[in-house]
Structure formats: structure tokens, C-alpha cells
Design a protein around this ligand. Structure first.
Ligand SMILES: [Zn+2]
Length: 269
């Protein structure tokens, strides 16, 4: 997911760049041509388009630049104001004087500018979507939530006969978290999970404690498969292959045989 959204982002970036560039160029051409027909300084409008932005130039131009419409004189072709009675260049009567303005079709350059502007806007929107998707998938890609496909759940297999001081455990998102301050020897915490594929799954255990041993017993159908002393584990999680198990229910028992200030997490990857 993370790589997919990055792969989408890169071409979008270049599409956005190309479309924005085309938007500026096409809008500048249209402004140049159209402003000349309206008795405006075309260079001024092109400069506004390039330095202020095509959108600002278009808004300003439609608001202030298109007041006066120039039409070519019928005799000498020089642009003359629509409202002039006579041509100021050759003196011929303006045949279009008093007539309604001819309807001008939207120039191809303006259409192109609007289309490329829309493309660049859309690609910016999709770039944000891709970035958001990337941030979401990158944030959710930790090893702990990745284990949710085989969640560990609580199990009360046997009754504890000892005592415990501050014993807190939970199964959060399939991860078995535990805290045990002090307990009598043999005090245990129990959990279980359903193993789907023994050859690819790994049991991960991270635990910190003082003293020991702190045994993690892995058993199936009442038979002990493996026992690991977690008090020897440093802050790095221990990876325990599950190829000694078969598919089905696997019981986990954390047995304290003399450790204190125990805290840790166990999950399946
Ligand atoms: Zn004329």
C-alpha cells in the first residue's frame, strides 16, 4: 500500500507540472490575442498571467480588461472600437455601429487553458489523496498491528494457586500485553491462539524483568512443545519459530519462577 501510493504520486507530480505549465502558456496566448481585440496592452496581461498567476489574470481581465470591444474596420481592417461611428484610421463609416455585438466563440486557447487548468487542479487533489494514503499505510505498518491476522486471546486453562501483586494483562489488537510486579513462584498467566500455518508463523516475545526465570511454555493438546526463559531476553524481542506445532489451538503459559517487575508483549507474526 505504501509503495503503491508512492508509485501513483510520482507520475501525478509530473502530470501536475506539465498541466500547470500548459495552463500558463495557453492562458497567456489567449490573453495576448483577446486583449489586443479589446484595445488593451497585450504584454501587460501576459506579464500578469506569468507573474501573478493565470487565474488572477483571467479574473482581472474579465472584470476590467474586456470593457471595450474592438472590431476590424470593414474598409481598412484596423481595429476600431465597437462604439465608434467612424473609423479613426481611414474615416470610413463603421458599419457595425449600433448593431448588436457578434457572438464570439470561445477561442481554442481559452478552452485548452481551462482544460489544462482543470487537469493540474485534479492532479493536485489526487496527489493529496496519495500522500494521505501513504501516511495512513506507513503509520499502520508496525509489526504489532501486522500480527492481527493471528490474534492471541485470553485463556483460563488451570487455576492459579499462588499470589500476585499488580498483575495486569490485556489482549490489544491481538497482542498479549502483561505486567506483573511480584508473585509467588509458579504463578502463571494463560493465553491461546489458533495457528493457521506452522511453517510461516513466528511467535514474538519481548519481556523485561529482574531476576528469573520467567518461562514461556508453548503447548498443544496438553503436550509441552517448547519452553523458553524470557528473563534472558534483552530488550530485543525473541523470535520463536512455530514449525514444531501443528495447525490448530496453541496454548501459551507464562510461568514466573522468581522474576520481579515483569512487563512485556507476545504476538504472532
Ligand atoms: Zn478603417
Amino acid at each position: 500500500m505504501a509503495t503503491a501510493s508512492l508509485l501513483i504520486f510520482i507520475p501525478l507530480f509530473f502530470i501536475c507540472l506539465a498541466a500547470s505549465l500548459a495552463f500558463v502558456v495557453l492562458m497567456a496566448i489567449w490573453l495576448y490575442k483577446d486583449s489586443r481585440l479589446h484595445g488593451q496592452d497585450p504584454v501587460l496581461w501576459v506579464l500578469i498571467c506569468i507573474f501573478a498567476s493565470p487565474i488572477i489574470a483571467l479574473i482581472l481581465y474579465l472584470a476590467f480588461g474586456r470593457k471595450q470591444t474592438l472590431l476590424p474596420c470593414q474598409s481598412c481592417q484596423a481595429p476600431i472600437p465597437h462604439t465608434a461611428q467612424y473609423c479613426e484610421h481611414c474615416g470610413a463609416a463603421n458599419e457595425q455601429y449600433g448593431q448588436p455585438l457578434p457572438h464570439r466563440k470561445m477561442n481554442g486557447f481559452l478552452k485548452g487553458a481551462i482544460a489544462t487548468g482543470a487537469v493540474s487542479l485534479l492532479s493536485v487533489v489526487f496527489m493529496f489523496v496519495a500522500l494521505f494514503a501513504f501516511a495512513m499505510s506507513a503509520g499502520g505498518g508496525s509489526q504489532v498491528t501486522g500480527s492481527a491476522s493471528v490474534p492471541i486471546h485470553g485463556a483460563s486453562v488451570t487455576v492459579n494457586s499462588g499470589w500476585a501483586l499488580v498483575s495486569i494483562e490485556n489482549h490489544d489488537n491481538g497482542v498479549w500485553n502483561f505486567t506483573l510486579n511480584k508473585s509467588s513462584n509458579g504463578y502463571h498467566l494463560d493465553s491461546a491462539f489458533t495457528l493457521d500455518d506452522p511453517s510461516t508463523r513466528t511467535l514474538m516475545a519481548s519481556a523485561e524483568c529482574t531476576g528469573g526465570p520467567l518461562l514461556l511454555n508453548i503447548s498443544q493438546d496438553g503436550q509441552l512443545v517448547e519452553s523458553i526463559d524470557l528473563s534472558r531476553a534483552e530488550s530485543q524481542p525473541v523470535a520463536i519459530p512455530l514449525d514444531g506445532c501443528t495447525a490448530g489451538t496453541v496454548s501459551l503459559q507464562l510461568v514466573n519462577e522468581g522474576a520481579t517487575n515483569i512487563s512485556g508483549s507476545i504476538w504472532v507474526e
